[in-house]
Design a protein around this ligand. Structure first.
Ligand SMILES: NC(=O)c1ccc[n+]([C@@H]2O[C@H](COP(=O)([O-])OP(=O)(O)OC[C@H]3O[C@@H](n4cnc5c(N)ncnc54)[C@H](O)[C@@H]3O)[C@@H](O)[C@H]2O)c1
Length: 347
């Protein structure tokens, strides 16, 4: 059955979905509902049905799937109303503002036997897919540390994202993407979370945060997002017991350095370096180093819609599952708590 998509919230991301969803066979955007009349008019000018009333929109029988792209504070009420109207529901990230809201959304989707998923599109980012494959294929041995970061320099957070009541701040905005990426790569249990949030130049919400997750297999994963970083560190740093991986950017540039023989110990003499005399921090000789390329990956964000289409047709399993969305949100809740208490939160 083709997806006949109705979009709630025709702003930046609603417009993005309008442009990209129809690139997938069997996915059409047919209607828009927005509380801003000018956005409804814009939709009509583009040949879509435009609604100023939620009830009228939800009564449109042509719409079988609703995509919610509003500010975060109204995701829950709109998702529950859509599920109760018998529509499949796709919600933008972050799914909601509390675990209780997520539970209500999942309950409504189960009660009405509709599909419920969240647009965690960064599972299809090129840089991420390369890192995930390298880790899963054991290219750097046993991983002990992962750093997943985004440093931007724009600084000022615009519009509703700058207000707490709308679900603003970077932990909810970008944090949920980067946490989801880590959890989708490491299936083990997270045993503790420690986080520090800062309002560097945006007084009401966090515009810089650093979060540490410890997994029961010993892996330590750091997620860091900063909006006012005028110089930046690489997008990914991953350490394993047989190599080091760095990805510089969203394009996935970077590489892996290994040594060709772990047992090949180089001399125990102290070496004079720019850091002074040292053995441990002396550079490895080039002949023992092996540079290997990152795995190839060419994911497409539009694969998200194709998966939802196939799930609705009963041909596939959902890629972004409600229980995974809850798992990511439990880390966000723990991070807010850790920041408040100044302590690590055991899970
Ligand atoms: N997945 C991603 O990569 C990604 C990227 C950007 C934004 N988002 C998410 O998309 C959502 C929307 O963000 P945006 O940047 O498009 O915001 P936006 O401000 O550009 O657009 C929001 C739209 O929702 C409308 N709206 C507000 N309240 C409404 C309500 N109660 N009912 C109907 N319409 C309402 C507004 O009038 C506006 O047109 C957020 O949840 C955000 O986190 C996701």
């Amino acid at each position: 059955m083709p997806i006949k998509l109705g979009i709630i919230g025709y702003g930046g991301m609603g417009g993005w979905h309008r442009k990209n969803a129809p690139k997938v066979d069997g996915v059409d955007v047919v209607a828009v509902y927005d509380i801003d009349h000018s956005r409804v008019e814009a939709a009509k000018e583009e040949g879509l049905k435009g609604y100023d009333s939620l009830d009228d929109f939800l009564n449109d029988k042509e719409i079988n799937t609703v995509l919610i792209a509003t500010p975060n504070h109204v995701h829950k009420e709109l998702a529950v109303a859509s599920a109760n109207a018998g529509k499949n529901v796709i919600v933008e990230k972050p799914v909601a503002m509390s675990m209780q809201e997520i539970d209500e959304m999942i309950d409504a989707s189960k009660k009405n036997n509709v599909v419920f998923t969240v647009h965690q599109n960064r599972r299809w980012d090129k840089d991420y897919c390369k890192v995930k494959k390298a880790v899963e294929d054991g290219l750097i041995g046993k991983v002990y540390t992962i750093e997943n970061r985004v440093h931007g320099s724009g600084g000022i957070i615009h519009g509703w994202r700058n207000k707490k009541e709308y679900g603003g701040g970077m932990l909810l905005d970008w944090g949920v993407h980067l946490i989801d990426q880590i959890l989708y790569m490491i299936p083990n249990k997270v045993v503790s979370v420690y986080a520090e949030l800062f309002s560097v130049i945006n007084p009401e919400v966090d515009d810089y945060f650093k979060l540490l997750m410890k997994f029961d297999n010993g892996i330590s994963a750091q997620v860091e997002v900063g909006t006012f970083c005028l110089r930046s560190l690489p997008r990914w740093f991953v350490g394993g017991n047989n190599g080091t991986l760095v990805v510089d950017d969203f394009e996935g540039h970077g590489g892996i350095t290994k040594i060709n023989n772990l047992a090949d110990e180089f001399g125990s003499e102290i070496v004079e370096t720019s850091a002074g005399p040292t053995r441990t921090f002396a550079p490895r000789p080039d002949e023992v180093k092996e540079e290997i390329e990152l795995p190839d990956a060419n994911p497409q964000w539009t694969d998200f819609y194709a998966n939802v289409r196939d799930v609705i047709d009963g041909k596939a399993e959902l890629i972004v599952k409600p229980e995974e969305v809850k798992r990511a949100y439990s880390i966000i809740e723990a991070a807010f708590k850790s920041n408040e208490t100044g302590k690590s939160v055991e899970l």
